[in-house]
Design a protein around this ligand. Sequence first.
Ligand SMILES: Cc1ncc(COP(=O)(O)O)c(C=O)c1O
Length: 392
Amino acid sequence: MTNREPWSKRHKQVSRGARFSLSNSFAQPLDSKQLIELARARGDHALVEMFHEHSLEYTPMGGSLDLRSQIAECYGAHITADNIIVFAGAQVALQTVARALLDESSHSIVFSPGYQSLQDAPRGEGGQMTTIHLRPEDGWQIDLTLVEAALRPETKYLVINEPYNPAGTLMSAELQEQLVDLAERNDLYVLSDEVYRLLEHDSLDRLPAMADVYTKGLSLATLSKPWGGCGITIGWLALQDMELRQKLIDVQYFGTACPSRASEIQALMVLRSSDEILSRNLVIIRRNLALLDQFFEAHEDLFEWVRPKAGAIAFVRFKGPLSSEELGVELARVSVSIKPAYVFTQDLQRYGDYFRIGYGEQAMPAALEAFAQFVEEHEEAWRDQRASVRRG
Ligand SMILES: Cc1ncc(COP(=O)(O)O)c(C=O)c1O
């Protein structure tokens, strides 16, 4: 397989048209009508008017000042509007950073399993890359001794994802401090994919944004996940390093340099109602997580997980006789979609039993019910099969 193959998208063929989704990673999607109602309820009629009457000129490269100022409010004193770059979604930012920062002589460190672009974007620039495999027995936590061991004189770039997709786990603030210390000592840029930040199930677990605590840190965020605004297609980077910011703007120039103004205004609508949207989404997430707790408790001989702490995703091990790929195919037949291990890694030897479930949506209980019905229909046969393998 080439680096440019979107291997993480293969499941879309399998579960196309499934009625019951357990595969999305975002919180309950918003719609435009709701956004406008929220703006009106806040008395923000000027923003609604701006949405209906805005000019279709190009927006400024890197995003308009009003949106960048609003985004900067999500961060501490080091981050102002000048430290923000707006992108047409977070994925574009990942490719842009790799292009701006890396060349054939640079070495990067990434983690797997994970979102494909996090693992692959640095490789696209022709440099060297070390992939560190996260382990369920470590609670999917980064082992800094493995990072130290992977360092080379030419190591320039470390890419982390906390809260972590696919498991929804989160590093401790202490581990984050140690990681920043290691990065500082070795002069590394750290891209911290924080697209599930603000969806911590307990807000006390929230980590500081990397851009706030490290001068060579980049925090990546998107409207797609916590706010359920995937269709707005707005993501951003926050960073202190103004020299790198200019390089990023220069690379961005050859791609989607100017975000859509309609999207920018919708992004303003979302961020100005952020507390309300996030608390509504966390109510749904906590309710759905409680259902998963009950389900996994009742089926602990067939499934295990490291219980997630953030986001709307969990990485679950199936202990029955099918690989997660086979399980995905069987579930698609009853119109249920999950994300098998191959969406997050090509090392199926090691992770082939795992699959990701998403539980951010209002309709998740119906999907879990369809999943549970499928399990109930097969569990006896799976247990018998397992027993005969043991006897054999
Ligand atoms: C970890 C991670 N980073 C980045 C992205 C990309 O987000 P966007 O929809 O803004 O491109 C995703 C989307 O699934 C993701 O899971």
